[in-house]
Design a protein around this ligand. Structure first.
Ligand code: AMP
Length: 143
């Protein structure tokens, strides 16, 4: 399965904020939207970084609760690994395993066109496994 197929099902919606937004506002956004990461963009919408719930935990432990008043740009991961619409789920899983992260923004022609989380991948893998099991059961029952 490709990234394009996943995006067709889940949509192209990506939660983005600019780097001057505070970590508290990001925590609020993650909680409201029930997501694990937000992509940081500049005024033109170009990708600048990513902040996940793990960054919030790390920053609070390192600097105390006052870290929540700090702008995201001081705490975001700047070197963001991205994927493209033509990548496969297997490639995404490899990328997440090697990079030890659970979110991959999808970039096409320099533009942010979606995001895939490990939750999206697990959901599709379970659906695929169930379809295979059903097909196998039908095959055995028909013989
Ligand atoms: P996550 O597992 O996605 O919560 O992220 C774990 C750590 O990796 C955090 O420090 C994130 O900022 C960072 N991170 C998340 N996604 C990416 C990505 N696609 N590229 C680089 N770093 C990332």
């Amino acid at each position: 399965m490709s990234v394009a197929a996943i995006l067709k099902e889940k949509g192209a919606d990506v939660a983005t904020v600019t780097g001057d937004v505070t970590l508290f506002d990001i925590a609020q956004l993650l909680s409201d939207k029930q997501i694990g990461a937000v992509v940081i963009v500049d005024a033109q919408g170009r990708l600048e970084g990513i902040v996940s719930e793990r960054d919030l935990v790390k920053s609070i432990v390192a600097y105390g609760p006052e870290a929540l008043n700090e702008p995201a740009k001081n705490h975001m991961t700047r070197k963001v690994v991205t994927c493209s619409r033509s990548d496969t789920v297997a490639e995404l899983m490899a990328s997440m395993t090697v990079g030890r992260f659970r979110h991959l923004p999808v970039v096409e022609g320099g533009k942010l066109v979606g995001i895939v989380s490990i939750g999206d991948i697990v959901k599709r893998r379970i659906a695929e496994a169930e379809m295979e099991a059903d097909a196998m059961r039908d095959y055995i029952a028909s013989g």
